[in-house]
Design a binder for this molecule. Structure first.
Ligand code: ATP
Ligand code: MG
Length: 396
């Protein structure tokens, strides 16, 4: 073994009795996403997950890229492995960190020794490695306060490892530790970010998308699939269930008060979503709503929408500004897809002057004009299901 990837566990290291099972869930998720990168062993010790390539054909760059997106890790780094002898550790540090050290003016060495039987203590190892590097790279100076490069030496059970500063990991909690929820996904900016945000808290995602052909096109559906594929780089596989709401939307347009059309449609979306979520074993719904963003996202409108469901509805973006949502969308690479201009079923038949402060009585009366239950049943009878996964059969 010459090189490994180390993932430093975050919050799950604190989770007491659940810790082991959380670690198992995280390791399983790492193994799944590394299948197409080659053969690796994935093990955990002392709040660290070790990803070791089992042969030379393992693709470490691909593995690193994928490990960077695993929830549950506060940091990750590639590290050079060395035999547990000071001379070997010195040589490995010099060679493994050559690029960083050549570019740096200052450095320091930090050592962690979890193998207490190792004959040298941490300060002695750090001093030994530091002196060796100063000799090999005469341009370097030691700066213990603000070094350009920190050389980390970790002496563990079987090997010693050398690496530079770890990079920030994806954070959060491993997906699968937080139960299962159904995200209502449109092709917009907000719902993929909402989905990602909840996956970060350990929630396994099922996605529900409403389409209205022929008013919405196959391209709009394809956009949703591509968005979910991006989210799945973090969340793992997502089941996508697509429901056609054309008839229901036409009836709402033709029979319900125009200014309440959007709120009524949203109530049916939530009813449909809850029915599907129950069948899928999901315990909550997720939407991308943000307070005050549009007429259907005022406190009053949200109150009218929530009145039709008994499941918790998570709205992780409720207090976020558009600029903050855009920032996350760019980070998770959904932004460019979201801004493609395909019609969503929410934007067809939109009222010219939607009610921003509807009350429940008014909405219930307006809704009475259609046989919503029958239309809903009809829509739910014929749903389409597929799985979306960025990593399945992923080539090199
Ligand atoms: P987004 O950017 O996510 O589309 P939005 O700001 O456009 O959100 P709305 O169109 O009012 O807001 O939708 C609010 C939320 O309702 C969305 O974030 C999403 O969770 C859900 N939603 C909207 N349209 C659909 C759809 N066609 N299928 C499934 N869910 C939808
Ligand atoms: Mg939208």
């Amino acid at each position: 073994m010459r090189e490994v990837i180390l993932l430093k566990l975050g919050e799950i290291a604190l989770k007491g009795l659940n810790r082991r099972s959380f670690e198992e869930i995280m390791m399983k998720s790492i193994r799944r996403r590394l299948v197409s990168a080659g053969e690796f062993s994935v093990t955990s010790r002392q709040s660290t997950i070790y990803v070791e390539p089992l042969n030379d054909s393992a693709d470490m760059d691909m593995a690193e890229e994928r490990c960077a997106k695993v929830f549950g890790a506060v940091g990750y780094t590639r590290a050079g492995a060395a035999e547990k002898e000071l001379a070997k550790i010195q040589e490995r540090a010099e060679e493994y960190l050559r690029e960083e050290l050549e570019l740096a003016d200052t450095f320091k060495v930090e050592c962690k020794r979890s193998d207490k039987k190792f004959p040298l203590k941490s300060p002695e190892i750090a001093a030994g490695v530091g002196a060796y590097l100063l000799e090999k790279y005469p341009h370097l100076r030691v700066d213990v306060h603000e070094p350009d490069v920190t050389v980390w030496v970790e002496v563990r059970e079987e090997h010693a490892f050398v690496h530079a500063d770890a990079r920030p990991g994806a954070g959060g909690i491993p997906v699968g530790c937080g139960g299962k929820a159904a995200v209502l996904i449109s092709g917009g900016l907000d719902s993929p970010v909402a989905a990602w945000t909840m996956a970060k808290r350990g929630v396994e995602l099922t996605a529900i998308h409403f389409s209205s052909p022929p008013y919405t096109s196959e391209l709009a559906h394809d956009k949703v699939v591509r968005l979910l594929r991006k989210v799945s780089e973090y969340s793992g596989r997502i089941k996508l269930i697509t429901v056609e709401l054309t008839r229901l939307q036409e009836e709402i347009r033709d029979r319900c008060p125009e200014e309440l059309g959007t709120v009524i449609l949203r109530r049916y979306m939530l009813r449909a979503a809850q029915a599907i979520a129950r069948e899928e074993g999901c315990l909550a719904l997720i939407t991308g709503e943000s307070l005050g963003q549009v007429a259907s996202q005022t406190i009053q409108a949200i109150g009218c929408t929530d009145a039709v469901v008994s499941m918790p509805v998570f709205r992780p973006l409720i207090g976020s500004d558009k600029a903050e949502i855009v920032k996350t969308a760019r980070r998770i690479d959904t932004y460019d897809i979201s801004i493609e201009p395909y019609e969503d079923c929410c934007t067809i038949f939109t009222p010219k002057h939607p009610r921003t402060k509807p009350n429940l009585e008014m909405v219930e009366r307006g809704e009475g004009a259609i046989d919503g239950e029958a239309l809903l049943r009809e829509a739910l009878e014929d749903v389409k299901t597929m799985y979306v996964n960025a990593y399945e059969n992923a080539g090199r």
